[in-house]
Design a protein around this ligand. Structure first.
Ligand code: UTP
Length: 293
């Protein structure tokens, strides 16, 4: 069955970005002129997933407000004849059918995903982390959806990282398949030390999950950091070959964790350089700036 629903967990505390995230959710931090989470939604919609469930928590009202229509703002722009800005404002409130569920307490990504159970109604679904931005030039979801059609299994997006960065991610043990871009995942470890990592293949924030994940999550005890880890549930599904086991699509493009300060700055620069309205002025300035460092 084809994938039609996306779940976007956005209820984390964003501690790595304090104090900016004291009152503002990290998913709402602007990347050039749009909040990070809007890029994530646009990616879901581009892959044909226009039913989006956002998992939100305390302090996350601004996410709901952002995707609502603002009639007085629209009327004001209309009156001024500012069609370009009007289109941009309307776009964010017209993107998809958006639903919300509250996590209550941020008890981990696995716990956040478990909140989607009644919304996805027994179907396979995509998960896109709300602070994980993939450049539109290299979206990975279409390949993941194809891999799901082929294998009828859980599909992860895996990216090679330097081994001294693997402790920041879930790491995958893998075996080759007949497709050089797809691997069979035989095990997963959440945030391992480099010496314990089974590979330098890191799990990034895109998943296609089988509905069976919910019963596995229900039995998953808190893991690293006292949180219910999605990685721990997926490890069980990989090892016990539950619901077709777990496969990984190798991602080789540009991706940013906007919840990390350095990656956030890189995302803004890269996206601005690529934009026709900003790149031609920004690029020569950047070159001059770096030459003078
Ligand atoms: P992160 O681990 O990056 O989020 O989770 P965090 O806990 O906010 O990060 P810190 O505090 O800076 O280390 C990845 C995604 O999962 C969501 C986050 O909002 C983010 O989009 N998440 C995480 C939840 O929805 N609920 C949780 O309990 C934890």
């Amino acid at each position: 069955m084809s994938i039609t629903k996306a779940v976007v967990p956005a209820a984390g505390l964003g501690t790595r970005f304090l104090p900016a995230t004291k009152a503002l959710p990290k998913e709402m931090l602007p990347v050039v002129d749009k909040p990070a989470i809007q890029y994530v939604l646009e990616e879901a919609v581009a892959a044909g997933l226009d039913d989006v469930l956002m998992v939100i928590g305390r302090n996350k009202f601004s996410i709901q407000d952002h995707f609502d229509a603002v009639p007085e703002l629209e009327a004001n722009l209309q009156k001024k004849g500012d069609q370009k800005r009007l289109d941009e404002v309307v776009e964010s409130s017209d993107l998809a059918d958006i639903f919300y569920v509250r996590q209550g307490e941020p008890r981990g990504l696995g716990h956040a995903v478990s909140k989607a159970k009644s919304h996805v109604e027994g179907e396979a679904f995509a998960v896109l982390l709300g602070d994980d931005l993939i450049d539109e030039s290299n979206y990975v979801l279409p390949d993941m959806i194809k891999a799901h059609e082929k294998h009828g299994a859980t599909i992860l997006a895996l990216m090679e990282v330097p081994i001294d960065h693997i402790h920041l991610y879930g790491a995958a043990a893998v075996e080759k398949t007949d497709d050089p871009n797809i691997v069979k995942v035989t095990g997963l470890i959440e945030k391992p030390a480099a010496k314990d990592a089974p590979s330098n293949l890191a799990v990034i924030g895109r998943y296609i999950l089988q509905p069976n994940v919910f019963s596995v999550l229900e039995e998953t005890p808190p893991g690293k950091g006292g949180e219910i880890q999605l990685t721990d549930a997926l490890q069980k599904m990989a090892v016990e070959n539950i619901a077709g086991g777990v496969y990984g699509v190798i991602f080789r493009g540009r991706r940013y964790d906007t919840g990390d300060k350095l990656d956030y700055i890189k995302a803004i620069l890269q996206i601005a350089v690529d934009r026709p309205d900003l790149g031609p002025d920004l690029t020569p300035w950047l070159k001059k700036f770096t030459a003078e460092l």
